[in-house]
Design a protein around this ligand. Structure first.
Ligand SMILES: [Zn+2]
Length: 347
């Protein structure tokens, strides 16, 4: 089969790789219908972090089950299934606590020795604990539905998780730092699931600002750094915001988050902090701040999100603003790296 392969910074190719097969009795093999490129895939692409070469790519996908191992009970050949970006057994203590991204048997698609989502098929470990079947299957699935479902594999759930970590609830005022797909989905989740009343999005990109407003942002500020902190304080009577979602992960974004949170406020952080060597603890102490972080347990959110997608009440599919065939995956990486696209869907 064909799959995207990382060959070093700036170098992604489509190559012929071995067809996946059932290895463990708990495995399934899924034929990929849609996959996408993640902002986190760009860290290695840009050379910010080191990755083994060659490596398989992609951890967001949905598809149709081709084969299941003899111990698989909850999905069967022919099912349309959504995969979270990490597999999990969904039975260990961490999974039962709702943090499937800490599963003792868990792992990430694309890690050494595994298949990535950016390919024609994927071996899925712990299929029962990982995959969620979509009612109605592939036959009735429109392109719009597939987009909306694909968003739940990572960004829609990660954005919602950020807002949850920030303790957003009905009537909340929340600032969202980051106008990538995760930040935009934090806006959507805060508004349409958690019931936030005021959502201040930090974005200077016209296309992303517009999508942020469509997703529920009530105010959008274009300032950066100290000016952004001042703008948020102006908008909140000088107090700052009780809830802040940090969806970038850089030191600059963290400084903004710390500056924008009001006394006793909560920062929900889902940005991957590859370049944040230290978090200053002093302001956390003196301002009574709470920081909640975590790799989003997408599997925890998936059943509910899929129900909402099927009911037509939750749709983050608009984050995909460029669609390419798998053969053109390299152009997809370039487009996202150059910020010409928010998020690329591969068909
Ligand atoms: Zn587990």
């Amino acid at each position: 089969m064909k799959a995207a392969v990382y060959r070093g910074a700036g170098n992604v190719q489509v190559e012929e790789v071995p067809d996946p097969a059932i290895v463990e009795p708990t495995d399934a093999v899924v034929r990929v219908v849609r996959s996408c490129i993640c902002g986190s895939d760009l860290w290695a692409y840009r050379g910010v972090i080191q990755r083994a070469v060659p490596a398989r790519l992609g951890h967001e996908f949905l598809g149709v089950v081709e084969f299941v191992g003899p111990d698989v009970r909850t999905v069967a050949a022919g099912d349309l299934v959504v995969a979270p970006f990490q597999w999990s057994d969904n039975t260990c203590p961490a999974c039962r606590d709702g943090i499937q991204t800490s599963c003792v048997n868990g792992g990430t698609f694309g890690a050494p020795g595994t298949d990535g989502g950016q390919g024609e098929a994927v071996r899925v470990p712990w299929a029962d604990g990982t995959l969620v079947a979509v009612p109605g299957g592939i036959a009735g699935a429109t392109d719009g539905l597939l987009r909306s479902l694909l968003a739940t594999t990572d960004v829609a759930a990660t954005g919602l998780h950020g807002a949850r970590l920030a303790e957003v609830g009905p009537g909340s005022t929340v600032v969202v730092i980051g106008d990538g797909a995760v930040g935009l989905c934090a806006v959507l989740g805060a508004r349409s699931i958690l019931g936030a009343e005021r959502i201040i999005l930090c974005s200077r990109n016209p296309h992303r600002r517009e999508l942020g407003r469509r997703f529920g942002a009530t105010e959008v500020i274009s300032e950066r750094g100290d000016a952004a902190v001042a703008a948020v304080r102006d908008l909140t009577g000088g107090l700052g915001s009780r809830h802040v979602v940090e969806a970038v992960g850089t030191p600059e974004a963290w400084e903004m988050a710390l500056g924008m949170a009001r006394e006793g406020g909560t920062i929900g952080a889902v940005g991957v902090p590859h370049t944040t060597p230290q978090l200053a603890l002093f302001p956390l102490l003196v301002h009574h701040l709470r920081v909640h972080m975590g790799v989003a347990p997408v599997r925890h959110y998936l059943p509910d999100l899929i129900d909402r997608v099927m009911a037509g009440t939750y749709d983050a599919g608009a984050v995909f603003d460029l669609e390419l065939p798998l053969d053109q995956v390299a152009e997809g990486y370039r487009a996202m790296s150059e910020r010409r696209a928010i998020k690329v869907m591969l068909t």
